[in-house]
Structure formats: C-alpha cells, structure tokens
Write a protein that binds this ligand. Sequence first.
Ligand SMILES: *Cc1c(COP(=O)(O)O)cnc(C)c1O
Length: 385
Amino acid sequence: MKVPFFQFDCSDLEIQYVTEVVRSGWLTTASKAAEFEGRFRDLCNTDHALAVNSCTAGLHLALEALGVTAGDKVIVPSLTFTASAEVIRYLGADPVFVDCEFDTGLMDPETLRETLRSHPNVKACVVVHFAGQSANMSGDHGIVDICRQQGVRVVVDAAHAFPASDEYGPVGSIGDVTCFSFYANKTITTGEGGMVVTNDEEIAKRIKVMRLHGIDRDIWDRFTSNKVSWEYDVVAPGYKYNMPDVNAAIGLAQLERAEEFRQKRQNIAKKYISSFKEIDGLRLLRIRVSAEQHSWHLFPVIVCAATADRDEVIQKMTAAGIGVSVHYKPLHRMTYYKEMYNLKKENFPNTEAYWEGCLSLPIYPSMTEQQVEYVIDSLIKCISV
Ligand SMILES: *Cc1c(COP(=O)(O)O)cnc(C)c1O
C-alpha cells in the first residue's frame, strides 16, 4: 500500500470554476478574486479580506502596514516555517525568537511576557497557530492582552489554521492582522495564494495599495469604474502580490468544501489519537481547543528518544510506502538565523524536545480507512522493534 503525505482533492467544481475564468479571457485579478475575498471576510467575521499570491506576501504586507521598519524588533516562534521570520528581515527589522510551550508547540503567553520584559522596544509579535489549533490568544492572560498592554501589534500566521476557531470566534477575527496560506499542501489550496484579514480600515487600505505596486486603486477598479480608465497614481514603491483569478477560482471551489475537508481530517485525527494515546514511546500534542475548532492541518507525533530514533522511524515509514514529514527543523538551528543572531539551542528547550522526536503523519480528506489503519499499524510496528 502507498500513502502519500498529501494529495490535492480536486472535484468537478474546481475544474468548472477554472474553466469559466480561462474562457472569460481575464486571467489576472478581477471578479473571482473579489468574490473569494467576500466569502472569506464573511467566514472570518472580519471587515476586510485581501487576496494575495502567498501567505508570505501577506505577512510581509501585514508587518509593513503596521509600520515595522529597519531596526525594529518582532517576536516570532522558533518552531515555524522560515516565512514567518524572513518577512521581518525583508523590512530590515530583527526577529526575537521564542521557545514554544512544551505540550502544545504553541506560543506560551508567559514566555511572551518574559520576552517583552527583557526586550522593551518590541514593535510586533507573529503568532503561529501551529498544526491548526489556535494559540492562547484571548482572555485576561492571553497573547493579545499581553501585547496590548505593551503596545505590541499582533500578526497571526494562520497558514495552518483554516478553518479554525477558539471559544472567542473564528481565527482571523482575533489580533490586528491574520494571514492564511493556500499553498499546494495546505488545508485548502489555490496552488499558490494567501489571504489577509483585518478589522482595521487603515491597515486594509495600506495593504490594498502595497499588494499592487503602490498604485492607489487596483486594476479591476481601473477597468470597470466610470472614472478615466487610464489614470492612476503611485504612492509608494509597492509589491506584486495580487492573486490572479485563475487561482481565486480554485479557491472558491475549495472554500465550498473546506468544512467537509476539515471534518474528514478530524475523523482521521480521532483515529490516530485513540490508537496512539496509550502507546509507550509516543507523545501527542495536547489539544487545547475542541475538536471542531481545530483545522487538523498537521498530525505530529513525538517519538521518545529512549524508545526509537526519529530519523530511523522516518526511514522505516518511507520504506513502508508512507509519506511523512518534519514540521519543523526549528529556526534557531537554521544557519542564517543561528549565525546572524548567535542563537543557542539551550535557550529553546521545549522546541528542542519537540524537534528531536517529531514527525508528521499523512492527514488529508481523500485518505481511505485502510490507509489510515495502515499508517497506524506501521507506526506502532516501527517504534516497537
Ligand atoms: C506554508 C506556511 C507559510 C507560507 O505560506 P505560503 O503561502 O507558501 O507563502 C507561512 N507560515 C507557515 C507556518 C506555513 O506553514
């Protein structure tokens, strides 16, 4: 049996919507992107949604709109993809890396509070809803509250977290700006793409201008409004970060299926959890939200070093025809960040403990029951011999 790590779930709907766009003759940003934004805004319960060509672009635009500039400091977890931190460098600002909470892999509000105490001039904080569950954002001792008290802006990297929520509402509605990813292997995909949502009108305006060359109104407006069609102004050296309609068409189809996808991943997660929770030598992340609030984007397990070697388990799983992955080799171990910021792994004990044993199992809607059983049996075999 073969079980790939991920498989794109394509229905007739994606094909139909893409065909409509291709036949229309207008391939770049226009009505489909606008429709995609509208649907997303409603689902996230926010005032603004702006489609972009990647989550990385969205994070860059978010920090730029918040005024992050050269010499500023921005807090970011070490346990994340490099995109969460590289955007800080794009602006000439410096990341301040923080360790994760031991049992969830998420940002720990207490660690954040201590970090802000030793770095009083932090401008913003990038929070990652690791694997698809929301970090502790809201309430009296939540991340947003701690940041507000210090005048620190909150950017959410929700690349793993659609659709997801916590007891206070959908991911996207909490924090200053939230960025989603529609990269090929995310919970919903447009091939490449992302979405930025916010309730702040000024931030939304700035992002809208900066995602398309710093032009004061987007291409669609130029060609559809009654104003003089050739005239536009450039107010800043912006970027080329708009989402083409071909991609938005795939996104619209995927969006209609997003909750069905999530439910299917949840069913797989439930089987994994009930099969692995009693197994010696395997640790699972603690789930702090309800099953329905989790997007279940990744299913990481942590292999205890005393039981088995993570790299060997990966080799065996691969040999059994199962695609597994590692999320993530922490940023404090990456040459660039390690050397640039003189990072020591002793300062990231929880991230280290997680990283040494972690591997991510396949979890996607088209997985069959037999495939799920095969992954479970294979992993248990791998760690018990
Ligand atoms: C995938 C991912 C990104 C980048 O998303 P793109 O759409 O590929 O730019 C950023 N952060 C995290 C945590 C991710 O997993």
